[in-house]
Write a protein that binds this ligand. Structure first.
Ligand SMILES: NC(=O)c1ccc[n+]([C@@H]2O[C@H](COP(=O)([O-])OP(=O)(O)OC[C@H]3O[C@@H](n4cnc5c(N)ncnc54)[C@H](OP(=O)(O)O)[C@@H]3O)[C@@H](O)[C@H]2O)c1
Length: 246
């Protein structure tokens, strides 16, 4: 049992922002439960972190599978009797389909990862989170989730015509607010890895590394909300520069 260290489970932590968040929190001495839907990719990522001195347990975890999530909860419980922080980071952009061509099936697959995924994982981890003194959940959303951003003609995303990704992340935002209201003993907050005011995002595989920010910059708001104190906020939406309008 790793009851001494602060513990965190990060979904989709084998690469990109999830991996960088794992690296940074590992440097703080935290116990890292590294979620990866592909175990081999997770083990390869964990090797890099343990080489740097981090404490890492690879957790095979496909957020679209009830069985995988249940098995992940069992595995985490074998190592700890409480979980201090959950970072719901795994996400997919889906195929960018024009709204006129979008089908329910197309959108369902994106929601399965970006909306039902965080609900599956949060629900399964609630008993472990509730056992912690000061539990926190960070939801990794997107600037494209914001009605204020999407309806601002100055924002590139206002001209990116698609239904699935932006609406899935908008749903994630509302889900976070509703969790925050219903479960005040756990802090639930939302981040976007980009800088909304500067129309920037972080370079990862998801955007073919076209982002202007580094993964370290992109994880600033994730690390910030993962490390807030007992007096920290709940039910807020931020990027690394500050509050983001819903
Ligand atoms: N980069 C940005 O600036 C930016 C902007 C807005 C929002 N975001 C959000 O940030 C989060 C991380 O994205 P990223 O930029 O770091 O992209 P990334 O490098 O493509 O990483 C995405 C991660 O999610 C995992 N994943 C996808 N589907 C999964 C599933 N069903 N179960 C478990 N894991 C799954 C991927 O695993 P595999 O390696 O197995 O595919 C990968 O580890 C996402 O939620 C994304 O929407 C990023």
């Amino acid at each position: 049992m790793c009851s001494e260290r602060t513990s965190v489970l990060i979904t989709g932590a084998n690469k990109g922002l999830g991996f960088e968040a794992a690296r940074r929190l590992g440097e703080l001495g935290w116990m890292i439960f590294l979620g990866s839907r592909d175990e081999a990719r997770g083990l390869a990522a964990a090797d890099k972190l343990t080489a740097g001195g981090a404490n890492v347990v690879v957790v095979p975890l496909d957020v679209t599978s009830d069985e995988s999530v249940a098995e992940a909860a069992r595995l985490v419980r074998q190592h700890t009797d409480r979980l201090d922080v959950l970072i719901n980071n795994a996400g997919t952009p889906g195929r960018i389909v024009a709204p006129a061509d979008a089908t329910a099936d197309e959108i369902h697959s994106v929601y399965d990862t970006n909306v039902y995924g965080p609900i599956r994982v949060t629900h399964a981890m609630l008993p472990l989170l509730r056992a912690a003194d000061h539990p926190r959940v960070v939801m990794v959303s997107s600037g494209g989730s914001s009605f204020a951003v999407v309806t601002d003609p100055q924002q590139h995303v206002s001209k990116m015509h698609e239904l699935a990704y932006s609406s899935s992340k908008a749903a994630l935002n509302m889900i976070t607010v509703r969790y925050a209201q219903a479960l005040p003993e756990i802090k639930f907050n939302v981040v976007t890895p980009g800088e909304v005011a500067n129309h920037t995002f972080a370079a990862t595989d998801m955007n073919n590394h076209t982002g202007q920010l580094t993964v370290t910059e992109g994880t600033d708001p994730i690390v910030h909300l993962a490390t807030i104190g007992v007096d920290g906020p709940t039910g807020i939406f931020i990027d690394r520069l500050g509050p983001v309008a819903w």
